[in-house]
Design a protein around this ligand. Structure first.
Ligand SMILES: [Zn+2]
Length: 153
């Protein structure tokens, strides 16, 4: 079921462009688009910028390094009021470090984060108090060497 306007900022899991990303996350897979002709990973999903061919969705390892991050302390949208403070980040995929995903780093003390540290994907429900009774499973990333890798209890 498509995300309605009032359900923003939940992602639209039926969006033809990025829907497969969220479908894969719901299966516990991190999926990225790969050019069907020249095999480059292409992100954001679109025609290959090098050869112009259409991409196909492939599962990747979920291993990455931390490229950049910031702790958000002020909710710029009411939906994020319950989230702050939270860490949003760019992670560089192991398969191709030029492919960087915008993500969140949950359940982690930001003071432990270091540039280029090893990260791994986890799948967490994204919920907003402003969108009751809806959630979307999304890929997030946590440090590989961290007690915070344990699921919340
Ligand atoms: Zn290509």
């Amino acid at each position: 079921m498509a995300i309605e306007r009032g359900e923003f900022p939940l992602p639209d899991v039926d969006d033809p462009l990025v829907g497969p990303f969220f479908a894969a996350a719901a299966r516990g897979e991190l999926a990225i688009t790969r050019c069907a002709e020249c095999d480059r990973l292409v992100w954001y999903p679109a025609s290959c910028p090098v050869c112009g061919a259409e991409p196909i969705w492939v599962a990747v390892s979920g291993r990455a390094t931390l490229f950049s991050w910031v702790t958000v302390r002020r909710p710029f949208l009411p939906a994020f009021a319950d989230f702050v403070p939270f860490v949003t980040a760019l992670v560089a995929l192991e398969e191709d470090a030029s492919v960087r995903l915008c993500t969140m780093v949950p359940e982690v003390d930001p003071s432990v984060l270091r540039a280029d540290q090893a990260m791994r994907v986890v799948f967490r429900p994204l919920r907003f108090a402003t969108v009751p009774d809806r959630e979307v499973i999304v890929p997030m990333f946590v440090p590989v060497e961290s007690s915070s890798n344990r699921p919340p209890h």
